[in-house]
Design a binder for this molecule. Structure first.
Ligand code: PBG
Ligand code: ZN
Length: 323
């Protein structure tokens, strides 16, 4: 006779038993799929992000048809313009790449999928920084005006949610006011609230051709060691009217995600960024890990830590596997 009273293994004895006591489940409803749209004549795959491409508007529309069929609720859009300048004009030109893509998608698919453009200047500035420059650094307040113009322009073209990723102070208030003054009081803002300066953005910068030409983003993106500051950034964004707040990157910042879930009731997003994606793909291509298993485990970690929304380049693969 055994003297053990507690045997947690009793509840792991079969898949049915495990299903019954499972605490967390990722579903396709939780996913937001980031996509790149280019002004170039042809679509191109992105070498550092296997399975991901920059699409022409036409190819993007074809791809989105499959995404809707998989029941993914939302896509994020990053634009890659042909021409860049010091003030990122392509980011608020109504005939720029993102507004053009938004109009095409809206026309073709109506309200079958949520369209969430990322709002930032770095894809459109020739210096690659997330705002306009003054004395060798990004000038905060003048940048707010451009981000607001960009947001209004994207909503006019059909955006459902506006997602600013620049990390300027006060941008949620500025964008909220701009949208409201244009009659768009109903359009939510998903703010990249706790966005850390990170080596994990490397493949994205190749994909979007948006690496800064000098210096780095440390004067505006957050310093990785700072936990309390992240919560302060999130609180400020909620105060300014953010409808959804985000932590980015994901895996190296799961503690921040958990803290945010415990302190705030605003819907919470996490961005499983390009570098996180590329590492999994590279290891899988080498046969070093089981990709499907690692991806499911990773997305589950985000959900368990408290995320409501997961932005991930794995969304399509995940949705195909969990049909
Ligand atoms: C633009 C932006 C970046 C990402 C999302 N929006 C790059 C950066 O801040 O340098 C990163 C996304 C990823 O790595 O997948 N500000
Ligand atoms: Zn940027």
């Amino acid at each position: 006779m055994s003297s053990l009273l507690h045997r947690p293994r009793r509840l792991r004895s079969s898949e049915l038993m495990r299903r019954l006591v499972r605490e967390t489940q990722v579903t396709v409803d939780d996913l937001l799929y980031p996509m790149f749209v280019t002004e170039e004549a042809e679509s191109r795959s992105i070498p550092s992000m296997p399975g991901i491409s920059r699409f022409t508007v036409e190819d993007l529309c074809r791809e989105v048809e499959g995404i809707i069929a998989l029941n993914i609720p939302a896509i994020m859009l990053f634009g890659i313009p042909n021409k860049k300048d010091a003030v990122g004009s392509g980011g608020y030109d109504e005939n720029g790449i993102v507004p053009t893509a938004l109009r095409a998608l809206r026309k073709r698919f109506g309200n079958a999928i949520l369209l969430v453009p990322d709002v930032c200047m770095c894809e459109y500035t020739d210096h690659g920084h997330c705002g306009v420059l003054e004395n060798g650094d990004v000038a905060n307040d003048p940048t707010l005006e451009l981000l607001t113009r960009s947001s209004v322009c994207y909503v006019e073209a059909g955006a459902d949610i506006i997602a600013p990723s620049d990390m300027m102070d006060g941008r949620v208030s500025a964008i909220r006011e701009g949208l409201d003054n244009s009659g768009y009081t109903h359009v939510p803002i998903m703010s990249y609230s706790a966005k850390f300066t990170s080596g994990y953005y490397g493949p994205f910068r190749e994909a979007a051709d948006s690496a800064p030409k000098f210096g780095d983003r440390r004067t505006y993106q957050m310093d990785p060691p700072n936990r309390r500051e992240a919560l302060r950034e999130i609180a400020l964004d909620i105060d300014e009217g953010a409808d959804i707040v985000m932590v980015k990157p994901g895996l190296a910042y799961l503690d921040i995600l958990r803290d945010a879930r415990e302190q705030f009731n605003t819907p919470l997003a996490v961005y499983n960024v390009s570098g996180e994606y590329s590492m999994v793909k590279a290891a899988a291509q080498n046969g070093w890990i089981d990709e499907a298993r690692v991806v499911d485990e990773t997305l589950t970690a985000f959900k368990r830590a408290g995320a409501d929304i997961i932005l991930t380049y794995h969304a399509l693969d995940f949705a195909r596997r969990h049909r």
